[in-house]
Design a protein around this ligand. Structure first.
Ligand SMILES: O=C(O)c1ccccc1NCC(=O)[C@H](O)[C@H](O)COP(=O)(O)O
Length: 212
């Protein structure tokens, strides 16, 4: 069965073109100013114009307020919202208000961290399992950190889900096989420097996923 791909933290037309050429189903725009991948409203609008309609646009947020969500959904013509560090009740409210597909990010280091996924039942449409970044880290994602993929093996997922955290062309086949993922997300693993997407790495990642 085909494994779907989200290329996250895209901020240039070249990276969009590479993701689309590689067969990505989703492209992520980060709306979080401390991130090297942050895009503003006008930039998001211009990038969105470049994304063909069969590829879904995902806004990535850290516990956003309503004003930010509304402005970016409109500017980036977003199809889905990926919320980090956001309580399930708040996620449900944003989902109800925007009518966008809602993805709840679950930060994982130990097995008990997976309990958070259950709390998104009824509040989200999909779970993104991502590596938990260290206490006090500037970013809750996009840091190239992995977690133990074996934690997901046999886990009773409450919702459709995707695997994230420290993936790259060299390890994605192992990750998919170990976790049983049908969808993967990558950011720093297809970059040459923080926030700088590398079109060759995007192509290599997509090729590696296609061979899973
Ligand atoms: O990527 C960011 O800068 C970011 C900032 C704030 C919240 C989330 C962020 N990224 C979330 C993602 O979906 C990343 O793709 C995911 O964490 C995996 O990143 P990486 O380990 O670098 O592949």
């Amino acid at each position: 069965m085909r494994v779907s791909i989200k290329i996250c933290g895209v901020s240039t037309p070249e990276a969009i073109d590479a993701a689309v050429a590689g067969g990505a189903s989703h492209i992520g725009f980060v709306f979080f100013p401390p991130s090297p991948r942050h895009v503003g409203f006008e930039q998001a609008a211009a990038l969105a114009d470049r994304v063909p309609s069969h590829v879904r646009k995902v806004g990535v947020f850290v516990d956003p307020d309503d004003a930010l969500v509304e402005s970016t959904v409109s500017a980036g013509r977003l199809d889905a919202l990926q919320l980090h560090k956001t309580a399930p009740a708040r996620a449900a409210a944003i989902r109800s208000r925007t009518k966008c597909e809602l993805w709840g990010a679950v930060a994982v280091k130990r097995r008990e961290d997976l309990d958070a996924a259950q709390r998104f039942r009824g509040a989200a449409d999909r779970i993104l399992y991502d590596a938990k970044t260290p206490e006090g880290a500037k970013l809750p994602g996009g840091m190239g950190m992995r977690f133990d993929w074996k934690l997901l093996d046999g886990f009773p997922h409450p919702l459709p889900w995707l695997l994230s955290g420290g993936l790259d062309a060299a390890n994605v086949a192992d990750a998919v096989g170990t976790a049983g993922a049908r969808m993967v997300d990558v950011s720093s693993g297809v970059e040459s420097a923080p926030g700088v997407k590398d079109v060759d790495k995007i192509a290599a990642f997509c090729k590696a996923v296609a061979q899973c």
